[in-house]
Design a protein around this ligand. Structure first.
Ligand code: HEC
Length: 256
């Protein structure tokens, strides 16, 4: 009794599915030009009107044969629909992280086979993809940093980071002005002394209320941003000695 009750909603859904399938299949059949076969079972006046002949002469000739074909066209999708529906409906499937009674560990998700290699996402290079060298935060870049890289980093920083950290890195971005938590200035001694790999970690995974950016920024772009942050830090701590000699005078005269 219980099992019959349990099955009831399923059967209703199943029947409903069959009816919908049949309706759809018939609709497609008509649209595909089978309407000529189906016409005999449609209202006679309609088919006669379309054929441009008086309805009286058409009524009897060949009707049973055409009716059988039409009925077959209607019934076949019904059977096919039910048959297919049932197989698809009853297949075992699991949602992500759903438990399973079948496997001993109780999980439906299976561990990766040992030695499996992710195609297209191998990301073996720890320095480039995780900011680590020998498991420590890297203190260098995984590729040479040139002017192009820094300009790319500036562009990305201004798009993704300046909204909170502001264009110079002091943490007064527009989002902060509108009430978001103010981040520490990127010019504090602690952050200036933090290794590049630490920045990579923060940008990739996020930090406190700051979200991670690994989904929006490629690893290369994250490194480019770090290079630009270094340029920003230098710009705020530079002394006259850092300026090339030939333009120092201009600088002192205030013309630069
Ligand atoms: C939505 C605002 C927001 C954006 C956008 C944002 N940050 Fe942050 N960031 C924060 C906040 C807030 C903190 C401090 C979080 C805390 O202390 O809990 C922070 C902290 C940091 C820190 C310091 C971590 C430390 O050890 O104190 C670094 C470095 C940093 N962000 C870099 C970046 C870079 C690079 C980007 C752009 C890719 C970026 N942030 C984008 C809000 C943001």
């Amino acid at each position: 009794m219980t099992s019959m009750l349990e099955k009831l909603p399923r059967s209703c859904a199943f029947l409903h599915g069959c009816l919908v399938d049949t309706a759809l299949n018939t609709f497609y059949a008509v649209n595909r030009g089978w309407n000529r076969i189906l016409q005999p079972v449609m209202p006679l006046s309609f088919s006669a009107e379309r054929a441009g002949v008086p309805s009286s002469g058409q009524q009897s000739s060949g009707f049973p044969a055409r009716f059988v074909i039409a009925a077959a066209v209607l019934v076949t999708p019904l059977l096919a629909g039910c048959e297919l529906r049932q197989k698809m409906f009853d297949q075992p499937s699991k949602r992500p992280y759903q438990e399973s009674e079948f496997f001993e560990d109780g999980m439906s998700a299976r561990p990766m086979v040992e030695g499996a290699v992710p195609r297209g996402h191998l990301e073996e290079d720890d320095h480039l993809y995780r900011g680590r060298v020998d498991d420590e935060f890297a203190e260098s870049y995984p590729f040479p940093v040139n002017r192009e890289v820094i300009i790319r980093g500036k562009e990305r920083y201004n798009i993704y980071c300046s909204v909170c950290h502001d264009h110079a890195g002091y943490g007064n971005g527009m989002v902060v002005q509108r009430g978001f938590q103010k981040p520490e200035s990127l010019h504090t001694d602690r952050l200036v002394e933090s290794p590049e790999g630490y920045y990579f970690e923060v940008i990739s995974r996020g930090f406190g209320r700051m979200p991670g950016y690994s989904y929006q920024l490629s690893a290369e772009d994250r490194w480019a941003i770090i290079a630009y942050i270094r340029a920003l830090q230098l710009s705020q701590r530079a002394t006259l000695d850092d300026v090339p000699e030939d333009i120092r005078e201009n600088l002192q005269a205030g013309s630069l």
